[in-house]
Design a protein around this ligand. Structure first.
Ligand code: GUN
Length: 292
């Protein structure tokens, strides 16, 4: 079994980006600028936004965060989005999800200028991705594709089973894996909560991508010997340790790992690559590579 060390791969990419940014700054130019809108005080969202800021700082990107109160109206939130749409200093921005219940997330995401939608959540970017046109790819699926590429894992002709059909991970990664590309060219099965015979289908996977949001969901009996397992889940499990918790993915790692040819650990697998996807999209916006 080989570990897919997302942390190490992400550090290598960041170190190359940092060198590139140093050259831009030395030349007297402004580096790329990524903004985030954070509504309310959801602790997980706070952590995500803090790690995005830290990553920006570590490579020399400018970053800014717009913190808005939990009870902000949808209209006011859209005003902030409009402000960032029109701010020439900002190359890309994200609206951290989830948003409070009184806000219509789909409606709000459509107010982001697709040219600055570095999360790749706007219908225009999703449509462009489906058609294989240049698009900002959503960060987690892009991160998964980068891991497969960096590890030289053969995907062509393989059966890829994706568990979970979210707009952010399952649906886009299933599309990317079936695309005429490398990585890609897989035969894809997209499983979800209504799938019958889930265990049997997972067991047929050469590549199993799990984004179901349930800790330890994928058990040993659901994985074929020699499979490549990509675990997107990350859950805090309370325990008696000093920290009071440990992190766990959607895969029962301790029992599954020995059956795999490759597996991503949690933490340190897909997670660090997600931020890389966002940084690279911001750089693409800065260089006007997508919307030319
Ligand atoms: N919440 C959880 N993951 C994400 C993400 O990739 N982008 C945004 N904006 N919010 C999230």
């Amino acid at each position: 079994m080989k570990l897919i060390d997302g942390k190490k791969i992400a550090e290598e990419i960041k170190s190359n980006l940092a060198k590139e940014m140093a050259a831009i700054i030395d030349a007297g130019e402004n580096p790329p600028h990524l903004s985030a809108i954070l509504v309310g005080n959801d602790p997980a969202s706070e952590t995500y936004v803090a790690s995005k800021e830290k990553a920006c700082k570590s490579i020399g990107f400018t970053s800014s965060v717009y913190r808005l109160p939990e009870d902000i109206t949808q209209e006011k939130l859209i005003e902030v989005i409009d402000f960032l749409n029109n701010d020439d200093e900002v190359n890309g921005f994200i609206v951290q999800l989830p948003l409070p219940k009184h806000i219509d997330t789909d409606y709000v995401l459509q107010k982001i200028n697709p040219e600055k939608d570095v999360d790749g959540f706007h219908p225009v970017n999703i449509g462009r991705m489906v058609l294989g046109l240049p698009a900002y790819l959503p960060a987690t699926p892009a991160g998964i594709m980068m891991l497969l590429e960096k590890m030289n894992i053969k995907t062509e002709g393989k059966h890829c089973v994706v568990v979970g059909r979210s707009n952010i991970v399952g649906t886009p990664v299933s599309l990317l894996m079936s695309r005429k590309s490398n990585p890609g060219n897989s035969t894809v099965t997209l499983c979800h909560s209504k799938t019958e015979n889930l265990e049997e289908i997972c067991k047929q996977a050469d590549i199993l991508i799990v984004a179901i949001g349930i800790p330890g969901f994928i058990k040993e009996n659901m994985v074929k010997k020699g499979a490549v397992v990509i675990d997107v889940g990350i859950h805090r499990i309370e325990d008696e340790s000093e920290k009071g918790y440990h992190l766990m993915g959607d895969v029962d790692y301790d029992r599954v790992a020995s059956k795999c040819s490759y597996i991503t650990p949690v933490p340190g697998g897909v997670g660090p690559m997600t931020i890389i996807g966002l940084l690279l999209n911001t750089l693409k916006s800065y260089r006007r590579e997508i919307y030319t």
